[in-house]
Design a protein around this ligand. Structure first.
Ligand SMILES: *Cc1c(COP(=O)(O)O)cnc(C)c1O
Length: 402
């Protein structure tokens, strides 16, 4: 595991010849071996039938569990493969039993879907949802978290890398607090898995969720859940089917003991094979090497942006990653993204609806998000920087100052 051969990975990434893809936190460009694996399986289904293709490729399908287990430092029985990170997170979260007065501790930078689930659970069960304050660096304040712990706290649920910022929350320090207090710890690692080493043992989480299409470069419609054997059999999933459980007698059923209790029977086999292939691809390059490259490209981009008049970089945190967020005075974020798209540069926009607890206290309404991957280059960063509009002179004179 040394440096990444950028020429090779770009040769294996068809899209780089067409676009400057800086939307890897949205969906990364999949490498050729991943696309070949997906298409190959669809072709086999076409030729011999879907059930028959699944049984012919049973080993490859099983391999996806081994690959994911290796990726996060777990056992294959601790992994459930589902259709996306949100469903993985929901299956974990909605398995937890709640009583009135229970407390959920989360972070300010929490993902919108998670926040919505907390608010629904608060409404249904009378639990209390509290966002731990940020420290002066803008990451979750671990000491504040420690001070908030009492016997009513039933869950610590945080987002490792927020969708809307380059911040990396101190997941392992949070894990120590959770372990000491014996509180279930659910980590949304959707944006961290695939761009940095993520090890469930080092972090000390009980549950971890991620998606395929982002930094892992897997197909869309794939995701997974890690569930620790420590708590697995205490968690009865909110939905059960004949894959997650067995109908053992006319009036009984038994939930399976491995993490596949969180799956359902019908699944996207081609995608599952593609996900395993993407994980192999990442492991082959090495997550340390990937993080090094991604972090350095992102740091270069932030440094370049900071030299531009009227540009404000919004990433916080002691440790930062491949997500770079900024605004330009006098321009709407969406207008900037649209103008870049027209020039073949893909970025995205994060709006307050995705991150209210984070954006509202900072008076942010939206930011442009440029997210780099290891296959991006300094030249592409130059292309982005030169394509940005000068401050002011907005196409929309009513644009909010953000
Ligand atoms: C994208 C994202 C999700 C949701 O992932 P899906 O695969 O779209 O369900 C969850 N959490 C964070 C932090 C994300 O960025």
């Amino acid at each position: 595991m040394g440096l990444i051969d950028i020429e090779r990975v770009r040769q294996e990434t068809a899209g780089v010849s067409r676009v400057v893809h800086l939307n890897n936190a949205g969906a990364a460009l999949a490498p050729r071996p991943v696309v070949d694996a997906v298409v190959g399986h669809l072709r086999l289904e076409e030729q011999i039938g879907g059930y028959e293709a699944a049984s012919a490729k049973a080993d490859q399908i099983e391999h996806t569990y081994d690959a994911l287990a290796r990726l996060v430092g777990a056992g294959p029985d601790d992994i459930a493969v589902v259709e996306n990170a949100t469903r993985a997170w929901d299956m974990a979260f909605y398995s937890l039993p709640w009583a009135e007065g229970d407390r959920i501790l989360t972070a300010r930078a929490e993902y919108a879907s998670n926040a919505i689930a907390f608010l629904q659970t608060a409404r249904r069960h009378g639990v209390q949802v509290e966002a731990v304050p940020d420290d002066p660096h803008g990451q979750l304040d671990v000491e504040a978290l420690r001070a908030m712990i009492d016997e009513r706290v039933k869950l610590i649920a945080i987002t490792h890398v927020p969708t809307q910022s380059g911040l990396v929350n101190p997941a392992a320090e949070i894990g120590k607090v959770a372990r000491e207090a014996g509180i279930v710890y659910l980590l949304d690692a959707c944006q961290s898995v695939g761009q940095m080493p993520v090890d469930v043992g080092e972090i000390g989480c009980d549950l971890l969720t991620a998606t395929g299409r982002k930094f892992l470069r897997a197909p869309r419609g794939t995701g997974f859940l890690y569930c620790s054997p420590r708590i697995r059999e205490q968690l009865e999933p909110p939905f059960l089917d004949l894959h997650a459980a067995t109908w053992t007698s006319a009036d009984s059923y038994q939930v399976r003991s491995d993490a596949r209790r969180f799956e359902n029977w019908e699944t996207y086999y081609a995608g599952k094979i593609g996900l395993g292939t993407a994980v192999d691809y990442a492991l082959d390059l090495g997550l340390d090497a990937i993080e090094k490259r991604v972090t350095s490209l992102a740091a270069t981009l932030r440094a370049r942006l900071r030299t531009l008049p009227g540009v404000q970089v919004h990433d916080r945190g002691v440790r930062q990653c491949g997500i770079v967020t900024f605004t330009i005075e006098g321009h709407e974020s969406q207008d900037i993204a649209n103008a870049l798209r027209a020039r073949g540069i893909n970025v995205s926009v994060s709006i307050a609806d995705y991150a209210r607890w984070d954006f509202e206290p900072r008076s942010l309404t939206s930011v442009v998000r440029a997210s780099v991957h290891y296959y991006n280059t300094e030249t592409e960063i130059d292309q982005l920087v030169s394509a940005l509009p000068a401050p002011g002179g907005s196409s929309n004179r009513n644009s909010a100052r953000i």
